[in-house]
Structures are given as structure tokens and as C-alpha cells.
Design a binder for this molecule. Sequence first.
Ligand code: DON
Length: 318
Amino acid sequence: MSIENQHAETWKHLNKHLPEWLEESKKYTEDGNVAAYIPELASAPKDVLGICIMDAAGNTAKSGDHEYRFTLQSISKVFTLILALIDRGEEVVFSKVGMEPTGDDFNSMLKLELVEPGIPFNPLINAGAIAISSLIAGSSPDEQTNRILHFFREVADNGTLDINQDVHKSESDTAHRNRSLAYFLKDNGVLHHDVEDVLEVYFSHCSVEVGCADLARMALVLAHNGFDPIRNQRLIPRRFVQIAKTFMFTCGMYNASGEFAMNVGLPAKSGVSGGILTMVPGRYGIGVVGPALNNKGNSTAGVHLLGKLSQEFDWSLF
Ligand code: DON
């Protein structure tokens, strides 16, 4: 069978069975809890599960609550990392954050004090992402935030993406831990800007509202190494996507990244509002949402559904 025919068969099989696989995974929403440390996220419906898979021609396979809207949260960190690499280059970025997984919770500050030189272990934990926010070009938090929004809209091919102001306010009002992380970073010489200014940029990019199709569209660009196969245009240098995908693989699901690599085997990034952005390299962009989370901060049902798909289609990179 030719490669094209194989792809057509896979796509047909996917569209046919996606609803039943989603239904099967939905029961895992009961095992998780909606994030409550950001009060505005606590009212999310626990039983939501949606998915959108997009191929290189822009065809989509969608199922469940794929139209449900949610905020990017930590998924935004992949794209601010890429933007910081574009704005400052590798040398500057890696003078502020490391390249290693932590094995600790996403909001941990443990290693900042324990391990010299006191820079965050990687750009996907909160401390690392706060350091990255400070590197985005712009002379004020507003300018930096606008630059980020513009970049997210470009990659998602969706000019309407915007900040959910209620989530932004709720996060800012209750971010005692992130504030303490940021002040610690300032003391360690990692942040040069005013701490509140940096946090304003960080809260803003975490609060950008999307749907599963936006995640799938953004992931599609990463799946094609920074080239947008739909608009036929390079959006991101290949090297920066390679860096981002490596971090997604090793740290994207936090201290469950090893388990996810074992069971799904794809680069991915989760967020506490329940989103997961992942991809089949060279093929599909995938966006999933399921707000009920496990104790590592990843969507219980979302991870299960991705495991099922990966098994069914042999998507693991290993
Ligand atoms: O800073 C925070 O805690 C949130 N804005 C983002 C954390 C997050 O999404 C962790 N993901 N699983």
C-alpha cells in the first residue's frame, strides 16, 4: 500500500473510532480533580473531555467537548520559550534556564536553592517560564504581552485569540507561590526587570483562551518543525522547534514525563486547565482538553485517551 493510501486508511479508522475511544476515556475524569489553587479554574466542569486532531491539509478529526474553551496555562510556556529564543538566541536563554527535568512539582522552588548556580532547571517549570517571560522583547509588560499575543495568534492562525481577564485576575490575586519564586529568582540574579512586571507578562500568557482546534493548529506547526504546511510558510526556525520539542519530551508533563513517554511516546505539554498539546511528528497536530487532573497536574482522561490512540496507531517514537 502506498504511503498516501496508508494515511487515508489511518484517517478513516481514526474518524470512525474516535468517539468510542473518547467515551471509554471519559470515565477517567472521575479519578481527577479540577485545579483549585487558581479560584477561577475551580468552576471548570470535571466531566469535560474533547479532542481535535489536524492533518497537514487542515482536515480535522474532532470528538467530545472539543469546542470547550480553556486557558493555555503551562502550554503557553512552549511558545514563550520559542519566542525568547527568537528574540535573544540560545546563549542568552540558556544562561537563565537549564536543560534538565527536575522530578519535582511544577511550582517547586526546592532546587533553586539546593543546586548551584540557582537558575531554574528548565523553561517549562514555573520558575523557568517566569525567567523566560522576562526575556521577551519589549520595553514594558504591555509591549511584551502584545508581542506574545501576536506570536500565539500567528502560530495558531487565529487572530481572535485573547487573554481571559477573569482568569488573569484570579491568578494574579492568588499567585503567592509564583511571587515567591520570582523574588527568589530576582535575588539569584536571574531576573533583571521589576518582579511584578515580569509576573504580569507571565500571568497574561498563561491566561490566553483557546479551544482544542487552536491547540491542534499550533501543534501542527511544531509537528512540521516550524513550517506551516497549511499556509506553506516557515514560522519558526527548525532549531528552536527542536529545542522546544526536546523539552516537551523530557519535561512537558512534569514529573510524569517519563510515564507519558513510556505510554504515549510523543512530545507533549500539559496545562492546569486540563489542556494537552501534542503531535505526531511530520503528521498531525493534536489538542486535548479534560479539566480533571491527576496529582501531577495532567488531565487524567486526556492522558488515557492519548495512550489509547498511540497504542492503536503505533505512534510512539520508540
Ligand atoms: O503558574 C501557574 O501555576 C499556572 N499559570 C500554570 C501552571 C500549569 O499549567 C502547570 N501545568 N500542569
